[in-house]
Design a protein around this ligand. Structure first.
Ligand code: SF4
Ligand code: MG
Length: 324
């Protein structure tokens, strides 16, 4: 399928008094038009930093050190602030965990939607706007009356739906959803994920779902990228990851899931993730890896095609020369 977003060797550091923390350390992945792609990893593995980088929302002491992110061929990491501001919502939108708290408490939902449009240079004709807002709300499963309500009149789930309505109001090609439902209870979570999936399909937008819940990933995404210590260590179709995980870290993740029917949180792997202030040489997973070999301690494994459709960064696998 056609690639809508290509991230190449993205590097982001946070400058702390103790030295630079390499939060995202050479991450590459591609997003195909209209697909649901997951990024899963423990907290601190760099997932949210990737999301913020792609919208140029990294604040000092954080800094994008290098890399590219080609959105339909245009490098969005090198856009000016003004260019990026126009691109947000129009082409790429971010929904975060706490997004529902980002709604303005003293503004009606309709005014916040109109504000977002004005901010992005979308001409707003008042009569037309009412119809558009009604359609938009219906699309995310909200009644038309919600347009006239204030955030405090809405439940958490309704607020998150309103946030999604704003995010999709300009029909972006790419939606990044960073733990979009983790502040909500499980039933509401599921309903909102279903809404997001339906919208994604109807809109034909590609979604990057970021999180640590493998159960949610299994239900929602087509392909999954597994992150460890600021790197992507495996990218595979989600079914293959569950059936036949290739990277030793992914294997431990899958083995640690209590049952796929229950919501699996990432935990129960012996040892701690490395300090990103002084990451270990070679493979970042080598201090915890049950299969560690001598070369793992010195040579960084590259994320390469090791099986059809499967990228893995691990010395255990030979490169798939026929595919590559
Ligand atoms: Fe383990 Fe070596 Fe593979 Fe790293 S490269 S995951 S240490 S086998
Ligand atoms: Mg996060």
């Amino acid at each position: 399928a056609e690639i809508v977003l290509g991230v190449r060797d993205l590097r982001v550091s946070y400058y702390t008094p103790r030295g630079p923390v390499r939060a995202v350390n050479g991450v590459s992945f591609t997003l195909r038009r209209g697909e649901a792609f997951g990024l899963v990893g423990e907290s601190g593995s760099g997932k949210s930093t990737i999301a913020l980088s792609l919208l140029q929302l990294i604040k000092p002491p954080g800094r994008i050190e290098g890399g590219q992110a080609l959105l339909d061929g245009k490098d969005i990491l090198s856009l000016s602030e003004e260019e990026m501001r126009r691109l947000r919502l129009a082409e790429i939108a971010l929904i975060t965990q706490g997004a529902m708290n980002s709604l303005n408490p003293v503004m009606r939902i309709r005014d916040q939607i109109i504000d977002a449009w004005r901010d992005h240079g979308e001409p707003v004709n008042c009569r037309e706007a009412e119809d558009r807002i009604r359609d938009l709300l219906r699309w995310v499963g909200l009644r038309p009356e919600v347009a006239r309500m204030y955030p405090h009149e809405l439940s958490g789930g309704m607020k998150q739906r309103a946030v999604i309505a704003i995010a999709i109001s300009m029909r972006p090609k790419v939606i990044i959803a960073d733990e979009p439902t983790s502040a909500l209870d499980v039933v509401v979570q599921r309903q909102i994920m279903q809404t997001l999936r339906r919208i994604q399909r109807e809109l034909g937008a590609a979604v990057i779902l970021i999180g640590h819940d493998m159960g949610l990933m299994a239900q929602f995404v087509d392909r999954l990228g597994v992150m460890y210590a600021g790197k992507v260590v495996e990218v595979s179709p989600v079914r293959d990851i569950f059936k036949d995980p290739l990277h030793p870290y992914t294997q431990l993740l899958i083995a640690s899931l209590p049952s796929l029917a229950r919501k699996g949180q990432l935990q129960g792997i012996p040892g701690l993730p490395p300090s990103l202030l002084s990451p270990p040489p070679g493979c970042p997973f080598h201090p915890r890896c049950p299969f560690v070999m001598d070369r793992c301690r010195v040579a960084v494994p590259l994320l390469e095609l090791k099986r059809p459709n499967r990228l893995v960064a691990c010395h255990l696998y030979e490169r798939d020369e026929e595919q590559a």
